[in-house]
Every structure is written in C-alpha cells, then in structure tokens.
Design a protein around this ligand. Structure first.
Ligand SMILES: C[S@@+](CC[C@H](N)C(=O)[O-])C[C@H]1O[C@@H](n2cnc3c(N)ncnc32)[C@H](O)[C@@H]1O
Length: 402
C-alpha cells in the first residue's frame, strides 16, 4: 500500500533550520532533493526552474553543490535569496538587537487610522483589529529603518511568521483557509505578539549561523523562456512545477506579499497568477474563459478526450488543464536548450481530478519529455496525497543525451 509519507512534504522541513523559516504548503521535502542527489552522485550544476521557497537551492548549498533557481513570484525570489544568503555573526547579532529595539518602540494607544495597514481584501477575516494594530505597529518600526540590511531581512521574515501565527489562517486543507471562529483578543496578547517577534528573530538568527557551502543564483523570471534567462548548461534538474490542481501560490503567500509591499491590489495579484503556470485566481479565471489553444498539440494519447470530458462539465476548467500542458510543453522545449549532454532531470508532480475525470499528469509529462527528445523516461509513485482518492505524487525522471 502506498502511504501519505508526510516526511516527503513541506511538514518535514518545518524543524530543519533555514528550511522551516516560512511555510509554503506546496514546498517539497528536503528529503526528496537529498534522495535524488544521493542516487546520482554529485552533479556539477543543478537547476530548479520552479524554485518556490528555494528548497532545492538550499539543499544543494548545504551539500556544496552549485545551483541556479528560477521563480516567477518576486516575493518567493526575495525569500529564497534571504534563506540561501551567508550571514556573518555580527549581522545575526544586529538582527537580534534590531528586534529588541523595534519591540521596545511599539506604541500604546494607536488605532488603525494612525498606522499603515496592508491593502488586503477583507482584512478582518485575517486578523482581529487589536492584533492588526500590534502587527502594524511592529511593521511601522521596521519599515522606518533605512536600507534592507541582512538584519532587516531576517526581521522581516520573522515578522511574516508572526503575522501568520497571530492570524485567523488555518492550514488543515491543501491550501490556506480561515478558521471558523474568531477568538477574542486578550489584553496580554499585545506583549505575547511582541515577544513572539523577538523569539522568531532569535530562532531565525540561530539557524542562519550554519554556513552555506556553495553559491546559489536566483533568477526572477518565467520558466517558459529559460534559454533567454540562463547563459550556462546544467547536468541535473530537480524541481516540482505547479500541478494542474487550481492551487494558487499567490493566494497562499498573499498576506506576506501585501505586508512587504510585493502586492498592492487584487488586480495585481490576479495578473501575477495569470503569468504563473497553472494560475487561476481572480482575473486569471476570467481570462481562461477566452483562452484559445492555438495549433500546438499535446502529444499524449487520449489527451483531447480528457479535455473534452472536463469541458462538458466546465469549459473554463477544460481550458485550464489544456493551457497548463501547453505551458509545460513550452517549458520542456526551452529546458532542453539549457541542458548538458548526459543531464538527468527529476520532476515531482501530482495527478489531478476534475469531476470524474482523472488527469494522468505524470503520464502526460512522460509523453511530452519523449516528444522533446528525452531518453530513459520513467515515473515512480512517491506518495499518496491526502486530498481525493486516486491522487498521488510521482517522480518523473529522464535523461538528456544531447
Ligand atoms: C510547487 S511550487 C515549488 C515549490 C518548491 N519546490 C519549494 O520547495 O518551495 C511551484 C512554483 O512554481 C512557480 N511558477 C509558476 N509558474 C512559473 C513560471 N512560469 N516560471 C517560473 N516559476 C513559476 C510558482 O510561483 C511556485 O513557486
């Protein structure tokens, strides 16, 4: 029987030093990257074209393997860069001192009208007003510090953690949702939030002591144009692309993005989701209604049938799945142009189900890889997902012989 193996999910990373700094539910486990690297020996240069929170790059850096990362979301690029950076002891001391200083300057008796509040829709679903005031107060102190020094970056990551710790967000679903009942604000919470901030900075600074052993470069950009972004070749790719399951990464990380100024409006969020592969949030959904597949065929037997079956129930979802694979096909084509002869690639993907139609995602990836000239294409089940029946995660692997 195939089990859920939570050790192969982001949950395993939460207590692993820098890997646990900020959670992203679709982040994969460091074990997946470690196992792949252990099975192939030390590659010269690894690429992760969908790097998210930077798991692949950080594991490689910890093992002294060079890597390049590509990610479309500017906040995740910022976060991964901060996770992978080298920090001097005096920068870590400065982060702790800054946290104490910021905490000591939080003012009493402020209202929401005195403070900058992030322009998140329905903000009261996220935070009780009193908690929001303490958070906005902390942030106000932090943002008044000039320049994004290492200490400021570490404090901002800690702030993001505190923002979620004291929010109404729940993580018991595949993606973030809201707890059913708001709690009451207790008078002692103000100090608890401030102390949480100091503690988070201490923990982050302590885990940042461990040195990273090799260089990681992060490119903000689109993996459908890899050959324009990158100027070298790679002998290994380890990645987990978005799955065609309507999960929106922007939706998941939007509280951080609004607080830190990476997003200013819902429209902007929808635009960014539309640029991402598999995005369907806000404006991205309405654009799918009008999307046309064009001439590019997806070379997988039964693909058109699958799309037709989904489209009968929902033309938008039919377009969604079709566009997803067209984007992945473009990505795989571009990927092949930046690979060294003999390169090994590993894609961690999940299948999906729309109404009664199972989308055999791993098999379609295999067909695409063969079509674009990869050899030894295979797939292995990694784990059962905890959502619907029949949903699994697979490692799809292949060789590029050049
Ligand atoms: C499953 S997540 C990767 C998680 C990552 N393995 C980790 O551990 O954090 C997929 C990522 O692909 C990114 N993405 C989506 N479309 C992209 C594109 N066209 N180019 C580059 N990145 C993209 C998303 O923003 C998301 O962070």
């Amino acid at each position: 029987m195939i089990s859920q193996r939570s050790d192969l999910t982001f949950k395993h990373n939460l207590k692993q030093g820098r890997h646990g700094w900020l959670r992203l539910t679709p982040a994969y486990s460091i074990k997946i990257v470690q196992n792949v690297l252990a099975s192939i020996g030390k590659p010269e240069f690894v690429l992760d074209p969908f790097s998210g929170t930077g798991t692949t790059g950080l594991v490689c850096a910890e093992l002294g393997i060079k890597s390049d990362l590509v990610e479309i979301n500017p906040f995740l690029v910022w976060l991964a860069a901060a996770k992978i950076a080298h920090y001097h002891a005096d920068e870590l001391d400065a982060a702790n001192a800054l946290a104490r200083d910021v905490a000591s300057k939080v003012c009493q008796n402020m209202t929401v009208d005195d403070l900058w509040i992030p322009p998140l829709n329905y903000i009261d679903r996220w935070w009780l007003t009193e908690r929001l005031i303490v958070l906005a107060n902390l942030f106000d102190r932090l943002k008044n510090i000039c320049g994004e020094t290492a200490a400021v970056k570490l404090c901002l990551i800690a702030f993001c953690k505190v923002v979620i710790n004291w929010s109404n967000a729940a993580f018991n679903h595949q993606s973030m949702s809201f707890k059913k009942h708001h709690q009451r604000f207790l008078p002692e919470e103000r100090d608890m939030i401030i102390n949480d901030f100091i503690t988070q900075v201490q923990q982050i600074a302590a885990s940042a002591k461990l040195p990273v052993l090799s260089k990681v470069t992060i490119h903000q950009g689109d993996s459908r144009c890899l050959d324009r972004l990158l100027s070298r070749t790679y002998d290994c790719v380890i990645t987990s692309p978005p799955y065609p399951n309507r999960m929106s990464y922007i939706r998941e990380v939007r509280p951080y993005m609004y607080w830190l100024g990476f997003l200013k409006s819902a429209r902007e969020a929808g635009e960014l989701d539309w640029q991402a592969i598999g995005g369907t949030w806000g404006i991205a959904t309405s654009r799918l209604r009008w999307w046309q597949p064009g001439n590019m065929k997806i070379p997988h037997e039964g693909f058109e049938n699958t799309i037709e079956q989904i489209s009968v129930q929902s033309p938008i979802l039919g377009n969604y799945v079709h566009k997803y694979f067209r984007d992945i096909a473009t990505h795989i084509d571009r990927l092949s142009r930046v690979l060294a002869a003999g390169a090994k690639i590993y894609y961690i993907v999940g299948n999906s189900k729309f109404y009664d139609t199972l989308v055999p995602v791993e098999q379609i990836y295999m067909s695409l890889l063969r079509e674009y000239g990869f050899s030894n294409v295979s797939s292995a089940v990694l784990r059962k997902r905890n959502s619907k029946k029949e949903l699994y995660e697979f490692a799809v692997s292949a060789d590029w012989l050049g």
